[in-house]
Design a protein around this ligand. Structure first.
Ligand code: ZN
Length: 501
């Protein structure tokens, strides 16, 4: 009946299988691979990337899209078929913008650069990474030129992660709440002594940290029959299908936060992927619609839920049972304040909610400058440190905890960082809607019951996969666009109470 559409689905499924296979090679590279495996792995990823690209840009793709479109006739915008056609068309158009040699070069440098970056980071040696990063930035500029843009090369790269948003709009959203953040942090710093987080900085054996993280993320609703947890240099979540969505963690033996909140964060990403509609698997509709929406899910579980008083009234006794000598005597109020301590710090992934977006604003400005040539790679460490001091009042003592901390640039991910900050804003916008629909959610969380919230997220966000853009989805849910005001209200309310402002 729908012969052409079925042929299109088969074709797209092969394309998806190749891309998921590459993801698996990448996961293994970061989780299991011995250091000397990098060269061969680079070649393998390059081969799969080339075949993937050739299949996607082959004449068969537009022919099948055209035949299926004619066969299906008028479709409701909301229908699965219309979504598949829309997203397949966009993917095809994006892919045909790059010549095969460029795709090959891009994949090769990505595979090579990870190792160079990891060594430079370990040895606090930016110079050993500089030439590689220069090559990456050159390729990023070429990438932007192939994609095309109106105003700034950044717009082209940003559009790949957050469809339709421009660097000017991001700049507006950022400048729209930067001053309020700086003000809030200044007010908090007047009363820094009101929160003591020493309880979090003790010896916490890693096996028990893992046990606690697994138990809590399982309780939230991350399905370990369709997922797993491993260790890597930089934590991430990755999906090979909705039935195999994995997370990674890094542990700190003397600090509870990184692994605990890292696992909540990555589980949030993973639950989004696991919730994608089953009928989308093997189609371009599978997975999350944009990085900003993805990050809204991770930040919602990590912060709005995971750093709430209600959550810890349920979780603290469980933590106390595993770590009696570390937290056995601590009361809920002290613990809740400790995990919400605001303190300008060097590492983005360990930053508190109030300072986090400033870490992003700094990266956004540097990436803009690197792309348009107003900042040279060689000057990055100084440029980084100068901005860090002016936004957060501190200077990183080493590049390891400064400009070298993130994996992103080594993976060719330029234009990605803003989506983290946008995710923070969207998380609050979405959560407010969930509470409006189900006022019982905060109370349920105090009993370790998360299914009302997860079901709401599943219905409103997860199941739709990539059918709607982030903008469409946000309008459907909130009736508005992206907005920093609810986020600022949330922070002001939370920290006024914690710090007695
Ligand atoms: Zn994330």
């Amino acid at each position: 009946m729908t012969r052409h559409y079925q042929a299109l689905i088969d074709h797209l499924s092969q394309i998806s299988n190749l891309s998921r296979t590459n993801s698996l090679l990448g996961w293994d590279m970061q989780v299991n691979m011995p250091p000397k495996g990098a060269a061969a792995r680079g070649a393998q990823i390059e081969t799969i990337s080339r075949i993937h690209h050739e299949l996607l840009v082959s004449d068969r793709t537009p022919q099948l899209i055209e035949a299926a479109t004619a066969e299906l006739g008028t479709l409701a915008y909301d229908s699965v078929e219309a979504g598949v056609l829309r997203v397949a068309q966009r993917e095809y158009e994006l892919a045909t913008k790059f010549p095969v040699e460029f795709v090959t070069k891009w994949a090769a440098i990505e595979a090579m650069a990870h190792d160079v970056w990891a060594k430079a980071r370990a040895n606090n040696d930016f110079k050993s990474y500089q030439a590689t990063l220069e090559q990456i930035m050159d390729l990023a500029r070429q990438r932007a030129a192939y994609l095309g843009y109106q105003t700034h090369p950044y717009d082209a790269l940003l559009d790949e992660y957050e469809q339709g948003i421009t660097s000017a709009h991001v700049g507006e959203i950022f400048s729209g709440h930067k001053d309020q953040l700086v003000e809030l942090i200044a007010a908090i710093s007047q009363h820094a002594d009101r929160v003591d987080d020493r309880v979090l900085h003790q010896a916490y054996p890693i096996d028990r940290q893992r046990e606690f993280g697994l138990a809590v993320t399982r309780a939230l609703g991350y399905d370990y029959d369709r997922g797993r947890q491993d260790t890597s240099v930089h934590p991430f979540a990755i999906s090979f299908s909705r039935d195999d969505v994995r997370i990674t963690t890094r542990f700190n033996e003397t600090w509870l936060n990184p692994a605990l909140f890292g696992m909540l964060h990555e589980a949030g990403h993973a639950m989004y992927e696991q919730g994608s509609s089953a009928e989308f698997d093997h189609t371009p509709l599978a997975g999350g619609t944009s990085l900003g929406v993805h990050e809204s899910q991770s930040r919602l579980w990590e912060n709005i839920v995971g750093r709430s008083r209600g959550f810890w009234s349920w979780a603290l006794p469980k933590l106390q049972a595993l770590f009696p000598s570390q937290v056995g005597g601590v009361d809920l109020d002290t613990f809740y304040k400790a995990i919400n301590k605001v303190q300008p710090s060097f590492i983005r992934v360990e930053a508190d909610e109030a300072t986090y977006n400033l870490h992003i604003m700094l990266r956004f400005e540097l990436e803009m400058g690197l792309l348009d040539g107003s900042i040279r790679v060689a000057d990055l460490p100084q440029e980084w440190n100068a901005r860090f001091e002016s936004y957060l009042g501190i200077v990183p003592p080493t590049d390891t905890v400064g400009v070298l901390q993130d994996v992103h640039w080594s993976a060719g991910l330029i234009g990605y960082f803003p989506t983290y900050a946008l995710g923070n804003l969207l998380a609050v916008q979405y959560y407010n809607q969930a509470i409006t629909a189900h006022p019982s959610i905060p109370e349920e969380i105090t009993h370790g019951k998360f299914d009302t919230l997860l079901t709401w997220l599943n219905r409103e966000i997860h199941q739709h996969g990539r059918k709607y853009t982030s903008e469409e989805l946000t309008h459907r849910i909130t009736g508005q666009g992206m907005d920093s005001a609810p986020y600022i209200r949330y922070l002001q309310h939370k920290y006024s109470e914690i710090y007695g402002l």
